[in-house]
Design a protein. Structure first.
Length: 374
């Protein structure tokens, strides 16, 4: 970075380094939203990344604060010296780091490690790492993640994300016979289990007449390195007119899909033992919350983060296998009174607990923020 002391204005700065930033998944939306609150409180936002991703972030998440963000070269590679990191970070009042399992000293005034994946390999707190993180505060994206951090001896604060007001659809918008599932197209870690979703939907189509008029839409981000996996999915669905794959949809189009869909499926963690592999189930679940806000009847596999907000039969449905999913699907479709109750309860629940106002207040409390006047 070039002569940052002279180029920066005399105001407070907040920096972010997320080594997974270009995945632009739910975790990235979450941590970028923290930076958005900091920006609204008078902090000048900086992101350490070698490419300006402002256009992609606006298209994917509609976060307008990104226009004010300064993009600075990523100095956290192995070639960067400890002295350079120290000299650079001391300019920051707040520094946020999404860990990939490596740790470093930070000279920023306040330091936070944002934890979105409950994977023990990322939190090896040996003596050296504990020393490196003495002046960091750990933040977990859910109670599920936070409980695992506690289990591994790491104290943390829970900071849930918010759901954009645009998802709270007008009751007059007519629902269509669509089953929607949203999640990045990839096969590793906490895969969204697209292959299983396709097989289950095709089985339902063949065995139950109630589903013959439904269309399944799988929407999500797609990176170049995951194109082989996506092509595999394309081969699976090529002869089925009832299934559509929609990669890299815009924010506007994603909102439209939620507004139209009657049903939402979330299969992350399906068949995984969450006690043995917590990293492979849903860590929180922004997409199901977006669906609930959008008046979709939402079905989540009974593991990980969704258990924190899903009340089975009250604001959605949890399922443990495809037989239970089918039974609850038929119940939700045919029982109009139950369906209307769930839709109403889900929307009200998300509005109450996951509004931007609630998120903003929680960020301010954790980061000890006050409105800044230059």
């Amino acid at each position: 970075m070039r002569n940052t002391k002279k180029s920066r204005p005399a105001c407070r700065q907040a920096g972010l380094y997320d080594p997974f930033l270009d995945t632009l998944g739910g975790g990235e939306l979450h941590v970028l939203s923290i930076l958005q609150v900091l920006s609204s409180c008078g902090y000048e936002p900086y992101i350490f990344w070698d490419k300006n991703l402002s256009r992609e972030i606006k298209q994917k998440f509609s976060l307008t604060f990104i226009n004010k963000t300064r993009w600075v070269p990523n100095m956290f590679g192995s070639k960067s010296s400890l002295l350079k990191k120290h000299d650079e970070l001391k300019n920051f009042d707040v520094f946020i780091y999404v860990t990939d399992g490596s740790y470093f000293f930070s000279s920023a005034k306040k330091n936070f490690i944002f934890c979105m994946v409950p994977d023990n390999k990322l939190y090896q707190m040996n003596l050296l790492n504990r020393f490196k993180t003495l002046n960091y505060q750990f933040i977990a994206n859910s109670r599920f993640t936070g409980n695992w951090l506690n289990h591994w001896g790491i104290k943390n604060e829970i900071l849930y994300p918010y759901i954009d007001d645009v998802f709270f659809t007008d009751n007059r918008i007519r629902k269509e016979k669509l089953i929607l599932s949203v999640g990045r197209f990839f096969s590793h870690l906490h895969s969204k289990q697209h292959e299983i979703i396709i097989r289950v939907f095709e089985k339902f189509l063949k065995s139950k007449k109630d589903f013959e008029s439904y269309t399944l839409i799988l929407a999500g981000g797609l990176k170049k390195e995951d194109k082989d996996y996506f092509q595999k999915l394309q081969k699976m669905v090529k002869n089925n007119p009832n299934i559509e794959l929609k990669p890299n949809v815009s924010y506007k189009d994603l909102v439209s899909l939620y507004q139209k869909a009657e049903i939402f499926w979330h299969f992350t963690g399906f068949g995984v033992n969450e006690k043995e592999h917590p990293e492979m189930v849903e860590h929180f679940g922004i997409a199901p919350l977006q669906a609930m806000a959008s008046r979709c009847i939402t079905f989540c596999y009974n593991a990980g983060g969704p258990k924190e907000f899903m009340r089975d039969g009250e604001n959605g449905f949890l399922f443990n296998d495809e037989k239970e999913l089918l039974r609850k699907m038929e119940l939700g479709i045919k029982n109009k009174e139950l369906r209307n109750k769930i839709i109403h309860n889900a929307k009200a629940f998300v509005k109450k607990h996951f509004s931007y106002e609630v998120f903003e207040e929680n960020v301010k409390n954790i980061f000890s923020l006050k409105k800044y006047h230059a």
